[in-house]
Ligand binder design. Structure first.
Ligand code: NAD
Length: 353
């Protein structure tokens, strides 16, 4: 059986690639957007005031190339696309010293600066002073409403949220959210470009804080913090409870489909009849957030350091990428979930070559 995939977005990969892309803010997310576009053959101009930004961009590009090689999208020897994919050169990534130089020719501009409304709005003013009036500005914000972000813009209709997931060069999901002033054309253009980059854009139907994914993640994160706070489990025990159990399910089926399978032959109907009443239990309504006192933060950091041993973050990221690549390949072989996005990207690259 293959994934019935009712939302359909995993099969796309058919939009046009953008002519040129700019990235403003080259931290974890900006550098990874740059890498995904470059691997798709698109030139990217990047601006970040931090002197160490070039290091971040280079190391992310290196990690992304290694991951795409293991996916079979690039040949190991040359770093060019393999014959299974297409032969066009990789895009160039160029760092600029002025924001205006980065955005002047771009049709798509990713804003990836810190999660503060004021910083983002100041960046939009700088970007708009140099960018073409119809260039699309896609904010990577994790949860700020686009209506708030676009409030002071000259051309607010071009602002859209394109919320990706780390590492952006491997995970296909990007949440697309329009604000009250965002034009339908902006949303369509952004969705087409993300499709062309092998991503699975999910258009969020209405504008809410945190969108879809971070609302879910925050709920889990809040409970995880309470469990450490109350001494019920350590950081490592909580992560094991996830990755050795229900987390393993979630890469291939979400919460609803998983619960349909948990209902036995009666499927979701039986599940909701059986477990629905448990939603009245007190533990299903825990919504307060533990106070992040210095002592609690120190506990979290100590336990997190113990969990990772002496493995540096770069090694953890490399392990994460290796595991994700193998998961994606397995899902592709089963024609399922995120594997379908990968298959669509592979087809697209082969057709272009
Ligand atoms: P980061 O701290 O790694 O990078 C932010 C970068 O912005 C830094 O390199 C900084 O020098 C640069 N910057 C600061 N002011 C700037 C300015 N005025 N002009 C240009 N660059 C500037 O942060 P990040 O994790 O990459 O997050 C960026 C955005 O992506 C945030 O909105 C965040 O919510 C969102 N996001 C993050 C993740 C994640 O897992 N880290 C996931 C999805 C979305």
């Amino acid at each position: 059986m293959t994934d019935p995939c009712p939302t359909g977005h995993a099969d796309a990969a058919d939009g046009e690639l953008p002519g040129s892309v700019a990235v403003v803010g080259a931290g974890v997310i900006g550098a990874a957007w740059a890498a995904r576009w470059a691997l798709c053959g698109v030139d990217v101009e990047v601006y970040d005031p931090l002197p160490t930004a070039s290091r971040q961009v280079e190391s992310t590009l290196e990690a992304a190339r290694a991951a795409w090689e293991r996916l079979g999208l690039l040949s190991r020897e040359t770093g060019e696309r393999s014959e299974r994919a297409h032969a066009v050169a990789l895009g160039e990534v160029i760092l600029t010293s002025e924001v205006g130089d980065a955005v002047i020719d771009a049709v798509l501009i990713h804003e990836c600066v810190p999660e503060r409304v004021k910083i983002k709005q100041a960046v939009y003013a700088e970007v708009e002073a140099a960018a073409a009036p119809d260039a699309v500005i896609a904010s990577s914000t994790s949860g700020i409403r686009p209506s708030e972000l676009q409030a002071e813009m000259q051309h607010p209709e071009r602002l859209v949220v394109g919320h990706p997931f780390n590492p952006v060069y491997l995970l296909p999901l990007v949440e697309v959210v329009g604000g009250s002033q965002t034009s339908e054309l902006t949303i369509e253009r952004a969705m087409g470009w993300f499709n062309a980059a092998g991503m699975a854009p999910l258009r969020v139907r209405s504008e809410v804080d945190g969108f879809v994914a971070d609302r879910l993640l925050e709920a889990l994160w809040r409970e995880a913090l309470w469990l450490v706070h109350d001494g019920v489990a350590t950081v490592a025990e909580i992560d094991d409870a996830m990755r050795l159990g229900f987390g393993l399910r979630w890469a291939q089926m979400g919460v609803f489909q998983t619960y349909a399978t948990a209902g036995g032959e009666g499927g979701f109907r039986h599940f909701i009849e059986h477990f629905g009443p448990a939603l009245q239990q007190p533990w299903t309504k825990l919504t307060d957030v533990p106070e992040l006192t210095p002592e609690f933060i120190a506990t979290l950091i100590t336990q997190s350091d113990e969990q990772s041993g002496d493995q540096p973050v770069a090694e953890l990221c490399a392990a994460r990428d290796r595991n994700l690549v193998d998961l994606l390949l397995a899902l592709e072989a089963n024609d399922w979930g995120a594997g379908r996005s990968l298959a669509a990207l592979r087809r697209r690259m082969s057709a272009a070559g």
